[in-house]
Design a protein around this ligand. Sequence first.
Ligand code: SF4
Length: 461
Amino acid sequence: MNNLQRVFSEQAEKKAFDPAHRQTLRFNIGKYETAVKKGVLQYSHIENARRYAARQKEHCINNLEHHLITFESRFTARGGRVIWAHDAREAVTAIVKILKSHGVRNVVKSKSMITEELELNTVLQGNGISVLETDLGEYIVQLDNDRPYHIITPVMHKSKKDIAELFHAKFGLNPESTAEEITAFVRAKLREKFMQADAGITGANFLIADTGSVLLTENEGNGVMSVSWPRLHIAIAGIEKVIPSIRDLQVYLPLLATMGTGQKVTVYNSIISGPAKSKEPDGPAEMFVVLLDNGRTNLLAKPEQRSALRCIKCGACLNYCPVYKNIGGHAYGTTYSGPIGSIITPHLKGMEYKHLSFASSLCGKCSEVCPVKIPIHKILLLNRRDAVKEGFRTAQEKRVMTGYKMVMSRRRLLNRFSPGVKNLGLNLFFKKSWGSRRTLPHFDGPSFNQEYQKAKVKRLK
Ligand code: SF4
């Protein structure tokens, strides 16, 4: 067991048996499930939309280089600049360089998981640049010096009471403040910061190749503000975010909204095609798009697993996953948690994260709800296979599995062991992984096979 796995097991156990945590998660996910049930009613046949989206995305991933180059040429023709970053270090170095060369002191940021992947806030603050999160959930996370808990709902693990108490401690607000009161307070605070910011940093929900545009979808308007006020806009996007045509949005946007939050469509959808033109009153004077690989091409190189790159980050697989529902997001110890995090992290960060492939009941619910039909539970199994192929297993695991295979494939040998020996074997080799809160199965009397043979012989007589 490596250190990452040990920490994961400890954290998972701690969270799974924390009743207050479970109650908050159950309440927040319950609200989500009700909204999605209603949301899908807008479709007469959602399966057709899912099939179309899956096919389109798959085609796009298989022709990624073509669409990325088209995006680059169209976007640069509109006055934007593109930076290709092989890894996180290249991306943050380029971003810091741009910000410094523009004399930026204050940055406003809209919600984006990719900036978490780059640990951008820490790097910028280390370079004397202040960063302010402007999405309400992310603002709360930043205020509490916390990390996002979920790819769509960063404060999924906090109750209304927790948040009101945080605002009381930080700003002296009434500890009984309502959600509306807290939102109004944050809105007023942020308005001023938007006006003072030198640069806006955002992610990108989609990169549209044929128009050379970045699409931002959000519910609070903070994304629009982050790109409208400051004179500089940097959008950071994983290379898998590109889609061939603006026409594809008619499928992706409702699917993303419905499966993400149960909405028909998200409130603000902005298509940003380069810096502001001479007669446009709003928008930045300069705009950059950072195209990030950071391990995505490792996944692309695996034909059986590359469908994971179809992900549109709706978060549905997290909300329906029985493991996520119990252990929450932080236990994973990764930027992307839940089923999607478990399948992509070993490719983005290395097979040291192979233990996440086992953080699953393999019930298949994640694959069932995924709007782009990623066979998540199958990829979990493929990752397990690859981890073994690449030698990511301990000598003890190897010995146990070799012995297990030898015994289990020889029925006669298995029948020779008494129940006592079988119980001893279970205790010796499986007790630890079975966990202290479950009782190991107990072998008793003759095996099913022995009983069956006896019954067969009797019948033949
Ligand atoms: S894997 Fe599918 S369900 Fe999970 S976040 Fe991505 S698109 Fe949504």
